[in-house]
Design a protein around this ligand. Sequence first.
Ligand code: ATP
Ligand code: ZN
Length: 224
Amino acid sequence: MNKEGNIRIAIQKSGRLSEDSIALFKECGIKLEMGKGRLKSESSNFQAEFLFLRDDDIPGYVEDGVADLGIVGENVLVESEKDVIVSKKLGFSKCRLSIAIPREDPFEGPADLDGKSIATSYPKILGQYLSENNIEAQIHEISGSVEIAPSIGLADAVCDIVSSGSTLLSNGLKEVQKIFKSEAVLIANNNLSDHKKALLDKILFRINAVQKAQDNKYILDRKS
Ligand code: ATP
Ligand code: ZN
C-alpha cells in the first residue's frame, strides 16, 4: 500500500489510451507533467501522482493497491479478471472485440465456428462467449499480430480488436461476429482510505462537469 497523501493514478505510458487520459486530467484542472522516460510524476496543483505503465499491468497494480486508480480499456480489464471497482466509463478509446474469418469463407451464424480454431490475445473473453453460445472451438492464444494467423495456417479465425475494420480488410478477413464492446474506464482499488475516497470523489465531480460541458457543446454545435 502506498502512503497517505497523494492519490496514485496509473495511466498508459504510450499508446491508444495515453493522449486522452492525459487530456482528461488536464481538462479537470489537474496538472501533470510527462517527462521523457519518466515513470512517475507528481501533480503540482492536486494531491495526485501519476504512474506511466503498460496498459496490461494497470488492473493488477490497482487490485494490489500499488496504484489507487487507473485508466484502462474494458477489454483489458475484463480479460485480466482483476477485482477492482469501475468508477466511471470515460467514453474514449472505443473499440470492439470481434471474430473475423477469411473473406471467402461462408458464414451463416455462430454455429459455423464449431470445430474451428480461433487465434486471439483475449482467451478469457472469447472463452466466455464460446461457452455462452455452446460453441466448441479451439482457442489459440497469441500475443500479437493476431490477424495474420489464418493466412499462415495457424488458425481458421481470429478474435481481435476492431475499430474501423481496415486492418481486417487488409489481411483478407471479414468481421462476422461482435462479441464485446469496450471503452476506457476509470478503475479504483477496493479498499481506498477515506482520504483517498474523498480525492476520488473530487476527481469524479470534475470529470462529470467536463463531460456535461462537452455534451452541452455537442448539442449547441448541432443546433447551430
Ligand atoms: P501497451 O504497450 O501499453 O501494452 P497496447 O499495444 O497493448 O499498449 P494499444 O494499442 O495502445 O495497446 O491500445 C490500448 C487500448 O486502446 C486497447 O486495449 C483498447 O481498449 C483501445 N484500442 C485499441 N485499438 C483501438 C482502436 N483502433 N481505436 C480505439 N481504441 C482502441
Ligand atoms: Zn497492452
